[in-house]
Design a protein around this ligand. Sequence first.
Ligand code: ADP
Length: 445
Amino acid sequence: MIHKALIANRGEIAVRIMRSCREMGIKTVGVYSTIDKDAMHVRMADQAVCIGPAASADSYLNVPAILSAIEITDADAVHPGYGFLAENAAFAEICENYGVKFIGPSSEAIRLMGDKIEARRAVQKVKVPVVPGSDSAITEEEEGLKISKEIGFPVIVKAAAGGGGRGMKIVHSPASFINAFLTAQSEALSAFGIADVYIEKYFEQARHVEVQIMGDRFGSVVHLGDRDCSIQRRHQKLIEEAPAPFIPARIRNRLLKAAVDAAVAVNYNNVGTIEFLYVPDGEFYFLEMNTRIQVEHPVTEAITGIDIVREQFRIADGKKLRYEQKDIHLRGHSIECRINAEDPEKFIPSPGTIRSCLFPGGFGVRVDTAIYPGYVVPSAYDSLLGKLIVHGDDRNEAISRMRRALDELRIDGVQTTTEFHKKMMANTDFTEGRLWTNFMGKARA
Ligand code: ADP
């Protein structure tokens, strides 16, 4: 039985995880950098330990400091949240060796899925379609050019170790290939420490559709339905919804099965997400797997009624899944808008002090945030202030509810992306389901 969990994260996700812990009777340890001493997650935790100065490398990514915090507080579990150490296989392995439960999959699964080339190979073995592309890392530019011509331009050169929307270069023609390839290689090395890149066909018109899965240590895997996360800027998600709208039932069934097959193939336990590209001719292709809780998990919680964080703890604690596929019922439609401290036109970060804030409420509305009046939004971390999540009987009701909730939302002191979301909820491409990942490049909201 887990008694005390250290939450190795900050912001809304740390608060979100602590809420489930409190309900489960698990004590919580918060960790914080000096700049975060007044943060909500610090106040909410049963105990809190300072782990270093503001720079993430010295605090939230500082493994020795986090291990010391585990030691002095006697925590028996660590939840990494998303980002920071969530997909760091070495950290998960240290926890395993230390006898501390890592609230996530095994370090082997993290390592395997963290290498996007290996991940492609692993799922191909069970006949899950992958984006057409190279089967291994490409080291020579001439070889890359040859493969790209075979695949057909445009192509996308990707870092094998990439993540968070970074380490990708779209190439439209053979003439610009060599330069882009060499840049991608050197960027991959400097950003991720591994120069390996691979090549995929680039789909100009595609949707990002992903499947939430959940597996236990006894080999059972279920899915919790799908999500659409196509509205992105620079490959970073801005709006997510569940279920993914406008997908024919026969394709959806194949997609959900492919996700479960992929998870079973890698012996996956805990919660995870299999990401696909869905293209208008009706095909879908595996992109990658995320081996952690995702920012957008609340939309799935809304349509399934399942607290995904609670299930993460139960699975890591060695319990059997308490749901079979037939027990999972999807109801209605849910949308999430990420409210960032950014200029709503240019998306430039806008750190500063929250003078006042007032959150929407009422039927079918959820707000996951860690801000409060007087809170200082630091520039050291990502700009997510919170997430506004609505649930309705169908997509149209969810959109109306989101409009109403956005109108009620007040955040003064910093600029936020609220206005962008208001425009999106009125944009006919969005409301009618023309949801392409390059939406922001092609159209103005
Ligand atoms: P990351 O691990 O950085 O999130 P992904 O491989 O998941 O990278 O891709 C992130 C986003 O980039 C996708 O959601 C999609 O918008 C875009 N993308 C990635 N690969 C392709 C592709 N082959 N064609 C079109 N868009 C792509």
